[in-house]
Design a protein around this ligand. Structure first.
Ligand SMILES: Cc1cc2nc3c(=O)[nH]c(=O)nc-3n(C[C@H](O)[C@H](O)[C@H](O)COP(=O)(O)OP(=O)(O)OC[C@H]3O[C@@H](n4cnc5c(N)ncnc54)[C@H](O)[C@@H]3O)c2cc1C
Length: 341
């Protein structure tokens, strides 16, 4: 039986897993490990008071350009057919709209996209499994994690941000050529914070828009009434809000405590939306690797670190930071693996 490990349960990893399941005809054991308790940057947090009150803390909506509408048509059709994506109908003030673009939201939360692919993959998904070392033993990959015994695989796909690939120890350190190391090191990311606010059922937030880009605040770049953005306003659960900071604020306060950062965001929010009611719960999320600002040069979609056995890297660091960037990377990973599965 072919044993495959995908590291990272974000959009690229979950897509790679689903595509591998569809492509491998013979017996396949597919495992997916992620160091966090949630799947990547497309996450939806739940209120501790009401699991139906949710907020998208990372990606907000999917913008489909005419180019990708054609190129990735099957992916869009599948998610629309399952009701995982719906057209964005609520107003987002300050959003840059290019002619021909379509915007979609995930009514059940943006994490429903990765959950769909994880389910499709039938993979054994393990959260809180941080990969620490990758060694080559008897022509197989022996992968070590922070806790538990190492496990052996015939093929490994890494989908974490490039700096986290470079942190891995073991034989992988020597397998990465100097040129590849430079390519991986050249990938840069912006950093931001996101603050989610959950409100009680019945609470009204009297704002005409579902989202707004803020041009002139040093701390806050984007605010969304998440429940309204996703067309999921209901009397049974309260509204939810998400605030994204500017990149400059994110970089300046990257090493501060989340508590201190939350205070600063809350103060600025009060100046932008005075008189907002008190939330019943909050969630502050640091995005150290938020969006790719420079992707890996000259390695479109993926980077092959080793063939036979295969060790391939994918993720938005090899394309660009959005839904289509992750699909493009997952397809390139599959292309690189096609003769080995
Ligand atoms: C604030 C914000 C707003 C955004 N807005 C949008 C938007 O509106 N529309 C859009 O299309 N995109 C948006 N994006 C970008 C989009 O979310 C990303 O491009 C996409 O989610 C990247 O997916 P990925 O699978 O490549 O990486 P990730 O989602 O980062 O997944 C990588 C995974 O690897 C795991 N990992 C790392 N190291 C290890 C290890 N050693 N062992 C095990 N697991 C490990 C991580 O925990 C993580 O879950 C936004 C992103 C952010 C942060």
């Amino acid at each position: 039986m072919l044993r495959v490990l995908v590291v990272g349960a974000g959009l690229t990893g979950s897509l790679c897993a689903a595509l591998l399941r569809r492509a491998v005809a013979g017996p396949l054991y597919l495992a997916l490990w992620d160091k966090e308790g949630d799947a990547g940057r497309m996450i939806t947090a739940k209120s501790p008071h009401n699991p139906r009150c949710t907020v998208d803390l990372g990606a907000q909506y999917i913008t489909c350009t005419p180019h990708y509408a054609k190129k990735h048509q099957d992916f869009y059709e599948e998610l629309l057919a399952h009701g995982i994506l719906e057209p964005l109908t609520s107003p987002i003030e300050g959003m840059k709209v290019q002619e021909g673009d379509c915007n979609f939201v995930a009514p059940e939360g943006i994490s429903s996209i990765t959950k769909h692919y994880l389910k499709e993959s039938g993979a054994d998904v393990f959260f809180k499994q941080c990969v620490t070392q990758i060694n080559l033993k008897n022509n197989k990959w022996e992968v070590s994690k922070e806790t538990g015994s190492p496990e052996q695989f015939d093929l490994v796909v890494l989908t974490m941000p490039s700096p986290q690939i470079l942190e891995l120890q073991g034989d992988i350190v020597n397998l990465i050529s100097e040129f590849q190391r430079q390519q991986l090191a050249s990938v840069t990311y912006s950093s931001r914070y996101a603050l989610g606010l959950f409100y009680e059922a019945g609470m009204k937030i009297d704002i005409p828009w579902a989202g707004q880009y803020i041009a002139s605040n040093p701390c806050i770049r984007f605010i969304s009434i998440d429940s309204k953005k996703r067309n999921r306003e209901s009397s049974e659960c309260g509204p939810s809000l998400v605030i994204h900071t500017t990149v400059t604020f994110g970089a300046t306060h990257l090493e501060n405590s989340e508590e201190d950062v939350q205070k600063l965001i809350t103060q600025q929010l009060e100046t932008l939306l005075p008189g907002l009611p008190q939330p019943v719960a909050t969630k502050c999320q640091k995005w150290r690797y938020s969006q790719v600002t420079n992707s890996a040069v000259n390695c479109p979609g993926q980077m092959t670190l080793h063939c036979n056995p295969s060790l391939v890297c994918g993720g938005d660091g090899f394309t660009h930071s959005n839904f289509d960037g992750c699909i493009a990377s997952a397809l390139s990973v599959m292309e690189a693996l096609k003769n080995h599965i």
